[in-house]
Design a protein around this ligand. Sequence first.
Ligand SMILES: [Zn+2]
Length: 343
Amino acid sequence: MKTLLPTSSAGSLPKPSWLAEPETLWSPWKLQGEELIEGKQDALRVSLQEQQRAGIDIVSDGEQTRQHFVTTFIEHLDGVDFEKRETVRIRNRYDASVPTVVGAVSRQKPVFVEDARFLRSQTGQPIKWALPGPMTMIDTLYDAHYQSREKLAWEFAKILNQEAKELEAAGVDIIQFDEPAFNVFFDEVNDWGIAALEKAIEGLKCETAVHICYGYGIKANTDWKKTLGSEWRQYEEVFPRLQRSNLDLISLECQNSRVPIELLELIRGKKVMVGAIDVATNCIETPEQVADTLRKALQFVDADQLYPCTNCGMAPLSRQVARGKLSALSAGADIVRRELTGA
Ligand SMILES: [Zn+2]
């Protein structure tokens, strides 16, 4: 990356109201068939343009073509029955009715590769593509086949590796795996979670990232955060093993979070996507607030390894708020960039 402090968003961005119900997760599509395909591409163009106008350096599809960051990927796989549902506890936090793994999981055809090619054709900027991580995938399913979280994660890692290799060939510069589950199941993360992620990135030449956060700004997550006390030290449990992993970048939540910033010392040497935008509030950060968060992170992350980012995806926010937050991120990064270069 040639730009100092290159900005990006962690994941999803709001969809236009003609494509899906705004400010909702799992929002149903409003179009069908050919119209839906065209509508998704139009939304991707709009989302890209909004990122560009906000001055974002590493752009994405804003996840315009998927209903949900985990479910949509799994829907394209064999071995999972979406009609057969069981109630399970997601990330030890809330109950949800989830699909059942009924047989061996496999990917018959690419899931997002066409969408990535389309994004690539629309811009010469570096692009980042998000996929769900293996541990977060298994946490949204009832497994009646493998009956082993580790085994199922390993099978998903192999599938993700197939998809990632094709995304790389389509011209994706950074492939990011979303693993909010890494903030919950520490023993498993260290036993096999990070190993599964390394399986998913095996043989890739593009850059790879893992996004670990405290979740979207939905009620189940904000309620959970209230139980975590005055200091959130969850990252401390998994950073040492991640520091030794093959992943290039670690994306985490710093804005308005109670994460002690000095925990970043544990991943010294890695590139860090520092979340400097809170996605759980409609209040738009000032550029100075963003700059302040980045300056704190700079005590523990070398300037050429710091990537200003959002705490998490912004799909549940209004488009106006999301645009404002992206612009604030750019402006805040610009303040610190000037300080660093004396420009
Ligand atoms: Zn997130």
